[in-house]
Design a protein around this ligand. Sequence first.
Ligand SMILES: N[C@@H](CCC(=O)N[C@@H](CS)C(=O)NCC(=O)O)C(=O)O
Length: 214
Amino acid sequence: MKLYGYFRSSASYRLRIALALKNISHENAYIHLLRNGGEQLAAEFRKLNPQALVPILDDDGTLLIQSMAIIEYLEETHPQPPILPKTPAERARVRGLAQVIACEIHPLNNLRVLKYLGKEMNQPEEARNQWYHHWVALGLEALEGLLAGHPRTGRFCHGDTPTLADICLVPQIFNAQRLKCPLDAYPTVMRIFDNCMTLPAFDSTQPMKQADAE
Ligand SMILES: N[C@@H](CCC(=O)N[C@@H](CS)C(=O)NCC(=O)O)C(=O)O
């Protein structure tokens, strides 16, 4: 397998965690999202993914896009250890928690959105940061409400083994910390983040430990 990603990309980090949890070996292709105007926008990369986004995964010639779909693919092709629980209700809870991040926070704060706010909408850095902080706060407040005191919340978002929800949570917190979002109001989220970071699959795959980190 070959993972096309970028060290700071949180969607790429999700895949790195999933691959590590499932102990799936892979090689890396590094796509620098800023260099030369963004290597993801180059014609060569667009041939692989017309969406011009990382990550993508090449599994023996099968090109897969969208981190959540790819993680579900890995779950189906490499079921052990599972990153989704057993029952439909539990699986729906985990997917729901994951989607609070992957569908409601992340797309609004993606590089191309922030670039558009700056270039096309003439918004200064301060306004772009305010935008970023607003959507992170709204999403994490909801996540805290969904996790705190819930009977199935454990050491991790759902129980005591990591799931898809944790795979989405950790990269989002890394991004929030980098953009200096206040996180004190989310003690359950941060407790789970700290628990995840004790595991090599989350720690060794973090952005600054990647070969393309700078
Ligand atoms: N929903 C997509 C999001 C992918 C995505 O937004 N990737 C970002 C990095 S985290 C990207 O490639 N951004 C490039 C850009 O905005 O130009 C997924 O989960 O794979």
